[in-house]
Design a protein around this ligand. Structure first.
Ligand code: ADP
Length: 259
């Protein structure tokens, strides 16, 4: 495994009380810098702009109106990058902000530009930190769906950059046979080789709105990764050190890989 895309979700970056999880971000910076120093090529896809913006602007409830979310995300994105820069620089690691929309893959010219930029950053030893450009695209924001949150974007980036592995960090230990917060009998899958309807149903289904949304988009991301003959691990990002375990071949999380 040489080229790795790591996606970190809001739940791993923001404490339940709405404050920024500085130790989590610091540990992520430490782990990714160490991997970079070992010669691995790292791309980080980070959510959290809205959460950080809410904390900065002292907004307690996630706003419902899309333009307000976009404004809060714009505030939060620069603050989040400021924090990442600080933490990574503590380990002498340079980072770069890259804002994308998911349709970059549809236009050959922009597709080429994205690949060139990321390739150049990587060869300069810099860790690109990617987020969806929330000012331009709001697909991942729609609170009535709660789908996305960069899951699909991270799979697109992994595909574009021909990554060996996508590590998706969430607040759950992996993919279960049912939503474990509702069903204590749910069993963790250690490996999944094809995405079928049974799994989609176990993810909660697209129509489930507020409850379980996140898992459907993670399966869609996994599908994209499997189509590209690559692999994805879904694991618990608390703490981010788990990335070391994943790369050392420990049995953590759920591995999505063709047999
Ligand atoms: P993130 O913000 O980290 O991207 P989400 O909150 O979108 O993560 O999704 C993770 C949540 O999905 C879990 O905490 C869990 O409550 C829920 N979930 C629903 N169905 C499943 C399932 N089959 N396996 C694991 N988690 C599930």
């Amino acid at each position: 495994v040489n080229r790795i895309v790591v996606k970190i979700g809001t739940s791993s970056l923001i404490h339940p009380n709405g404050k920024i999880n500085l130790s989590g971000i610091d540990q992520l910076a430490f782990v990714l810098t160490d991997l970079r120093n070992q010669g691995k090529e790292i791309i980080l896809v980070s959510s959290g702009a809205i959460g950080v913006g809410m904390d900065k602007l002292r907004i307690a409830e996630r706003p419902h109106e899309i333009p307000v979310q976009q404004a809060v995300a714009a505030v939060g994105q620069s603050e989040l990058m400021h924090i990442y820069n600080q933490r990574f620089l503590g380990y002498s690691q340079q980072t770069a902000q890259v804002l994308l929309t998911r349709d970059v893959v549809d236009f050959p010219e922009s597709r080429k530009n994205v690949i060139n930029t990321l390739q150049q950053l990587i060869s300069m030893g810099i860790i690109p930190i990617i987020n969806e450009n929330d000012t331009v695209a709001v697909d991942e924001m729609d609170h009535t769906r709660k789908f996305g949150d960069n899951d699909e974007l991270s799979a697109i980036v992994a595909q574009l950059m021909d990554a060996d592995l996508l590590i998706m960090l969430s607040d759950i230990d992996g993919f279960y046979s049912d939503n474990p917060s509702k069903n204590k009998q749910a069993i963790l899958y250690s490996t999944i080789s094809t995405i079928n309807q049974t799994l989609m149903d176990q993810a909660g289904g697209e129509g489930s709105r507020f409850g379980t949304g996140g898992m459907v988009s993670k399966l869609k991301a996994a599908q994209r990764v499997l189509d590209a003959k690559s692999a994805m691990v879904l694991a618990n990002g608390k703490p981010p050190r788990i990335i070391f375990d994943i790369l050392s071949g420990a049995e953590v999380g759920t591995l999505f890989k063709e047999e």
